[in-house]
Design a protein. Structure first.
Lengths: 272, 466
């Protein structure tokens, strides 16, 4: 090895580095992608939870959709009204109403109140237990093995006494629990107020069949529907109308809660 | 191998993999079929088979007699339901079957004013019937298939696939062999064994009719070699046909005892050395297969014009006082059946619809017996394989046990962690849930249950894609 060899090697590297840097510089100009600065701005305005609650893959995907495809600005369940207003400001449009949706578990019976609960030694997951007939008599109600708990990234849903309960203080409304529930008893509901009434039962069978499996099931007696039109019948089960509740209806709802023979109507939401 | 009975078939008399669980058939194998007295009421679910549900064909309070249609089948892959006792129908209620299905069901309450056909009479007339094998040649294949459809016959081995679908003459798929499945590889259960011993002629008559419907050249009755007396009885019954009355050559194939020999794909492999393609049906390799009990029902439906209203089932296991094989009206409740067999022993711990390998654990004593219920097995705590689940040690015993050559541990873990693409890549839907993997697993992992869950996940994800 001589000085000459080292010189040749060092020289070659130097020349190559210069050539490469020119190629990079050229590529930078040639392949430049025009990014709308608003995408970046919207992305910064969003909370960055990447929960998917808006229906897009993550915050940046939603930001792009807002700017390029005119997606509604009020889709973010985490940011709520403030975030919608900020995004609307960037886009220069009206924010519109930012509706708050939160999950509601449509089952109100704890493990003791459900009939036909048996010892179940199989895979401790709702998705597996729902395929087994002997776990509990009700084929609609909460199984309590916590598939929703595992899906929640915000520690906002827990199984208490065999029943999934949402912690509305922590819930951001991303909807992961709704997708995780194999019995589809968790649904996203419109929260007009901090606390809204809900029918806490999903059993679509007729009254007699419901009482044979649960003490707290909706028997389809229609008592609540006669008190206020925010309660309607969906086959043999009562449901609440999507945007039927408002603060003035408190009295009627209290009456309905009292009238319900099986205590399956109650308020859900933040504790006041 | 010393299996002299097996000569003359292309197959080797067995299949690869599988397990040898203790068969425990001694509980009920020696018990001759007894007849249940007619119950006060029967509950008839509107979906007792694989396929489309039936539509109610009776009004509330309408009077029906044994054999009347109470629910009709509009779709092709479906089977009508017939009244199994005389009485008054009620409005459809709901019932949850051991399979986890929650469906509408019509209840029939016995009515004393109606002419009563006792279960005993129905069984006696079936048992003493002189089958005229010469007559079989005179039936038109299409008439056979439609008679089978009209009688609501489904596979009585457990899966309950509508039999007429298999027997429908099809020009595109040429059927060369009609196989009758008398393996009964499921531990504990013995109804098929008792049927083969007690009414073998009815099986042969049904098999010849089925062969005629699909224009099969031969009939092969597959029986495991742990039932030599059944083989003898069947061969004696075959001799009575003199083999001249039908084009079909009828033989018994005595296959080796191994679980799950009674699975159709494994039986075809063992006897004919044909491989049913992945996701395919026996008809893809020119075979139609049906259970021995279904063959009796076919003979009953076509020759005697009697629909499927009763079936033979076992009530067995260490938790039953007097294990029996019984002839029951479909729709009778489990509690009545168990009571007829002396009731439960105090140490009874788990009730299973079907056998311990493929059956479904359930807890509701009011569950009705359906067309597909081949038995009720009640296990004691000692018979239950318990134990805490531990981690998979990658020993590969499940892979060695899987008769479908799958990788059960992969499927189970894909299911547990919700990896649908991996489950599909490893052909989760090829699994027919025989339970060999779970039986073989030293870590007590509930592999079959996880695979079942995984299948439901795959189905749900396909639904979402649409």
């Amino acid at each position: 090895m001589t000085i000459v060899t080292i010189g040749i090697a060092a020289g070659t590297m130097l020349v190559m580095a210069v050539i490469m840097s020119y190629i990079l510089g050229w590529a930078n100009v040639k392949f430049h992608v025009e990014v709308d600065p608003r995408v970046e701005a919207v992305n910064n305005a969003l909370p960055g939870a990447n929960c998917g609650g808006c229906g897009f893959i993550g915050c940046s995907d939603y930001a792009e959709a807002v700017v390029k495809d005119n997606a509604p600005v009020n889709k973010c369940p985490v940011g709520g009204a403030a975030c919608a207003a900020e995004v609307a400001g960037i886009m220069g449009i009206e924010a519109g109403e930012a509706l708050i949706f939160r999950p509601v578990v449509h089952c109100g019976a704890t493990a003791d109140e459900k009939k036909g609960r048996t010892d179940y030694f199989g895979e401790q997951k709702c998705a597996a237990a729902t395929l087994v007939a002997g776990v509990q008599s009700c084929t609609f109600g909460c199984l309590g093995f916590g598939d929703c708990v595992a899906a929640c990234k915000y520690d906002a849903i827990h199984v208490e006494k065999g029943l999934a309960v949402v912690d509305y203080e922590k819930c951001i409304g991303c909807g992961a629990c709704v997708k995780a529930c194999p019995r589809n008893i968790v649904t996203m509901s419109l929260f007009e107020e901090d606390r809204v009434p809900a029918v806490l039962c999903s059993n679509k069978d007729k009254g007699k069949d419901v009482t044979s499996v649960c003490d707290k099931g909706c028997i389809g007696c229609k008592a609540c529907t006669r008190i206020d039109d925010m309660f309607v019948m969906d086959g043999d089960i009562a449901i609440t109308v999507g945007d039927g509740y408002s603060a003035e209806k408190v009295e009627n709802v209290d009456k309905a809660i009292e009238k319900c023979p099986n205590d399956c109507i109650n308020y859900v939401g933040k504790t006041v | 191998m010393g299996n002299s009975k097996f000569k003359g078939f292309p197959g080797r008399g067995s299949f690869r993999h599988g397990v040898h669980p203790p068969d425990n058939k001694s509980y009920s194998a020696g018990a001759a079929i007894e007849v249940m007295p007619s119950p006060e009421q029967v509950v008839l679910p509107l979906l007792q088979h694989i396929g489309a549900p039936c539509q109610p064909a009776v009004k509330a309070k309408q009077q029906v007699v044994v054999g009347d249609v109470v629910a009709s089948a509009k779709a092709f892959v479906s089977a009508p339901v017939h009244a199994s006792i005389a009485g008054k129908a009620t409005k459809p209620g709901v019932v949850t079957l051991p399979t986890g299905r929650h469906l509408p069901a019509i209840t029939i309450k016995a009515d004393k004013d109606l002419p009563v056909t006792s279960t005993q009479e129905i069984w006696d007339s079936l048992k003493s019937y002189e089958w005229d094998f010469a007559e079989i040649k005179g039936f038109d294949p299409h008439d056979i298939a439609s008679a089978v459809h009209g009688a609501g016959i489904v596979g009585l081995g457990g899966a309950a696939f509508p039999t007429h679908v298999k027997l429908m003459p099809d020009e595109k798929k040429v059927i060369h062999t009609m196989m009758v499945n008398g393996c009964e590889c499921e531990p504990y259960l013995t109804p098929d064994y008792r049927i083969m011993l007690e009414i073998p002629e009815a099986i042969v008559a049904g098999a010849m009719l089925a062969a005629r419907a699909v224009s099969a050249k031969q009939v092969i009755i597959g029986i495991e070699d742990n039932k030599p007396d059944a083989v003898e009885k069947m061969e004696a019954a075959i001799a009575k046909t003199k083999r001249t009355v039908s084009d079909a050559d009828i033989r018994v194939a005595m296959v080796k005892t191994r679980y799950p020999q009674g699975s159709e794909k494994q039986l075809i492999k063992a006897v004919l050395d044909l491989e049913v393609p992945l996701g395919g049906l026996p008809s893809d390799v020119g075979v139609a297969m049906s259970n021995v009990g279904s063959m009796v029902a076919v003979a009953n439906a076509v020759i005697r014009k009697v629909p499927l209203t009763h079936r033979v089932m076992s009530v067995t296991g260490g938790g039953i006082k007097n294990p029996k094989n019984i002839f029951v009206p479909i729709g009778i409740s489990v509690s009545e059946v168990i009571e007829f067999c002396g009731g439960l022993k105090p140490e009874a711990a788990r009730m299973i619809s079907g056998g311990p390998m493929m059956g479904f654990a359930f807890s509701d004593m009011n569950t009705p017996i359906t067309k597909g219920t081949s038995g009720i097995t009640v296990l004691t705590r000692d018979e239950l394989a318990g134990g805490l689940e531990t981690s998979c040690v990658r020993c590969g015993r499940c892979v060695e046990a899987c008769p479908m050559n799958l990788v059960p541990t992969r499927l189970a873990m894909a299911s547990r962690y919700g990896n649908v693409p991996l489950a599909i890549q490893y052909n989760i839907n090829a699994c027919f849930e025989c339970g060999c993997c779970t039986y073989a697993c030293p870590a007590n992992i509930k592999i079959v249950q996880l695979v079942r869950t995984g299948k439901a996940m795959v189905a749900a994800s396909k639904q979402n894609e649409k």
